[in-house]
Design a protein around this ligand. Structure first.
Ligand code: IVH
Length: 671
């Protein structure tokens, strides 16, 4: 039996890891519920053993979504979280507690939806949106105003006639509606990009895009649930929210004043079912004391208001039998175990398969042949195996074993050191890896050759027409006509697509090659820094790691790739076919080294160019754009409305402020 100190240490380690996966990587491995349970366990232990408390324990923070490439701003009032529970009884207990604390039975509780997106604080001054900040660590967050401005349902300017206060803050949730989420994932799948597990991750990821035009195209929406101001229009939460709706904000479509515990319970039971018809993801309900005076009396704990509680819906779960585990090989050679299940209905869709991710997970869940497995969906769209019903295990069932040789090509598999993944090393002889690379090469974000999807890539490989990407450029209409389902028009489409692809810029050609660890962003950086294929084929790891954001793993992966004669030969054939093997000169046209050695922070709002354009201009003139002010910062490119804390910091470090016009003059672009 572990000691309390050991238990606390283990829980903190695990929680910190999951926090990072959730907030930084946008790739959670466990459900919110499991996370909350673990956090509660730790809270209880810390309460019972105060000597083990630590100011840095995960119980003392609300999580952080801070992204270093964004400017940060402090919240005027901290953004706290909500106490939450999965049990109706605890909600009832909370109502009773509120009544006791206020010594009154005359209490109105507002019931509303808990939206499952990412929280945002908007600051309005004189009715104009001046700043949008993510929750961050609760005290300060990322300034994402540009992306927020692309959300059509958010009013940017609110006329005084609406009765809005001059200055106020409004908080709400940024969401990607189901429909937009599904469209985005379909697109990502077609482009061979990793899928978002749920709309929440997709919304958070979208908000952090550096490119606000791309953010705009994804179709975010926002619902607001909390107004703060020194001059609020009303003294109840309900009326303030209704007022916010009249100023133009989208507020919760579900908002009801409840007068008794019975009404609270009825509200829960009703919305647990009805919420599925809403256009956006919800993960529970929030109950708030309606009277602001009573809210004030109840006050806050260090982490959350006493006047509110969240009730979280249980994840939907089903039990079904494991038929068999298949092992599937991806483009990069990683072997993924997949549970093939007796079909079962879960949250409106039939589930037949669920990824088991890797060998460690199979072992951790202790899955045996023919086991009854729990499948959950909860906030996750992708079904997940969460456990085994051991009672119904068939007698004598053997544990599921991970394959030791590649199911596709028979090569002995290798386990990657320090990682859970298992890999087939036969990169150039293993069919699914080759087919995966052909498909990736032709996908839209890479060479964009219309007409070569998964099925065609497979046929091209099976018929021997294409064995490496360069073969695509020797395809003829006649050879394509031999494929199933191909006619003169579809054949012509592929030929034309291949011809068109010769115009695709060098960065995308690099991305199309399927070099491990070299994704879209890395490809762009490398194309720009390295310039052409000849240099890339001979570059050393030292030269590569000297490029911003290129670490040793990426550098070695690139040099390994070009050390292999098969890859070099393929690249030479691609060059001979006429693909673009040089970065566009346009990139550096008009550049200079005026800003060489300068580290510039961009802050505030601008009139002549967007923030992204200023970033590009700084780089074009040899400078570096950095996210936050430090001793190393050499100047601040300051627009309108630079936050007071920023100004103070710049002042105290003696960093000069450059106005928009000063900056443009400096680089010879008088406005
Ligand atoms: S009220 C001071 N109302 O849930 C408390 N929060 O777990 C202010 N959320 O960070 C929060 N729907 O992002 C409130 N109707 C709602 C909500 C809601 C979703 C989110 C919010 C908050 C988190 C707390």
């Amino acid at each position: 039996m572990p000691t309390p100190a050991e238990q606390v240490a283990r829980l903190r380690r695990e929680l910190n890891r999951h926090n990072h996966l959730y907030y930084v990587m946008n790739a959670p491995e466990i459900s919110d519920r499991d996370f909350d349970m673990m956090l509660k366990e730790l809270e209880t232990l810390e309460r019972n053993h105060p000597e083990l408390d630590d100011p840095l324990s995960p119980t003392h923070r609300v999580g952080s979504d801070i992204n270093t490439s964004f400017q940060q701003a402090a919240h005027v009032r901290p953004m706290l979280s909500l106490a939450n529970t999965y049990s109706i009884e605890e909600v009832d207990k909370w109502v009773t507690g509120v009544r006791n604390a206020l010594e009154s039975d005359d209490i109105v509780i507002d019931g509303e939806m808990k939206f499952d997106g990412t929280s945002i604080s908007l600051i309005y001054e004189n009715g104009r949106l001046v700043r949008a900040v993510t929750r961050g660590d609760g005290t300060q967050g990322d300034v994402v105003t540009e992306n927020i401005k692309t959300i059509r349902s958010i009013p940017l300017e609110i006329p005084a006639e609406t009765g809005r206060p001059d200055n106020f803050e409004i908080r709400g949730e940024i969401l990607l509606p189901w429909e937009a989420f599904e469209r985005l994932n379909r697109d990502r799948e077609a482009n061979d990009e990793p899928l978002f597990a749920n709309p929440r991750n997709a919304a958070a990821g979208t908000l952090k895009l550096q490119n606000s035009a791309e953010a705009a195209s994804r179709g975010l929406d926002a619902y607001f649930y909390y107004v703060l101001s020194d001059s609020l229009p009303a003294d109840t939460h309900f009326d303030n929210l209704r007022a916010a709706a009249s100023w133009g904000f989208k507020i919760t479509p579900v908002l009801k004043r409840l007068h008794s515990i019975d009404e609270v319970d009825e509200f829960i039971n009703h919305w647990d079912i009805e919420r599925k018809k809403l256009p956006v993801a919800t993960d529970g309900l929030v109950f708030k004391v309606n009277s602001l005076r009573q809210q004030l009396n109840l006050g806050f704990t260090a982490k959350s208001p006493r006047w509110a509680i969240a009730y979280k819906f249980p994840a939907e779960r089903a039990l079904t039998r494991l038929r068999f585990v298949s092992f599937e090989v991806g483009r990069m050679g990683i072997v993924t175990p997949v549970a093939n299940l007796e079909p079962v209905l879960l949250s409106g869709t039939i589930v037949k398969r669920a990824s088991l991710h890797n060998e460690d997970i199979i072992r951790k869940l202790d899955i045996h042949e023919g086991d009854m497995l729990y499948v959950e969906k909860g906030g996750e769209i992708i079904p997940k195996i969460t456990g085994v019903d051991i009672k119904s295990r068939p007698e004598g069932a053997a544990p599921v074993k991970f394959v030791t040789v590649c199911p596709a090509c028979g090569t002995p598999l290798i386990k990657i050191e320090g990682e859970a993944a298992t890999e087939c090393p036969n990169k150039y002889g293993c069919p699914p890896q080759i087919i995966g690379r052909i498909e990736h090469f032709a996908a839209r974000r890479m060479m964009n050759i219309d007409g070569i999807g998964e099925e065609t890539a497979r046929q091209l490989y099976d018929t021997g027409l294409v064995r490496s990407s360069a073969d695509i450029y020797s395809l003829t209409a006649d050879s394509l006509l031999t494929l199933d389902g191909f006619g003169p028009r579809s054949a012509q489409r592929v030929i034309e697509g291949a011809e068109e692809s010769k115009k695709v810029p060098f960065a995308r050609v690099i991305y199309a090659l399927s070099i491990p660890f070299v994704g879209e962003t890395v490809s762009k950086k490398i194309a720009k820094a390295v310039g052409n294929i000849d240099r890339l084929m001979t570059i050393s790891t030292d030269e590569l790691t000297a490029i911003d954001d290129i670490g040793i793993a990426i550098a070695e992966s690139i040099t390994d790739y070009f050390a292999d004669p098969r890859n070099r030969e393929n690249v030479e054939r691609l060059r001979a076919a006429g693909l673009c093997m040089e970065a566009e000169q346009a990139d550096s046209e008009g550049g200079s080294d005026t800003l060489a050695g300068q580290s510039i922070v961009i802050s505030g709002t601008f009139t002549h160019h967007s923030r992204d354009e200023y970033k590009a201009l700084i780089e074009l003139h040899g400078g570096k754009n950095v996210g936050s002010i430090s001793k190393k910062t050499t100047a601040i490119l300051a627009g309108e409305n630079v936050g007071p804390s920023k100004l103070e910091k710049a002042n105290s470090l003696g960093i000069p402020l450059l106005s928009e016009d000063d900056f443009l003059r400096k680089i010879g672009l008088d406005s």
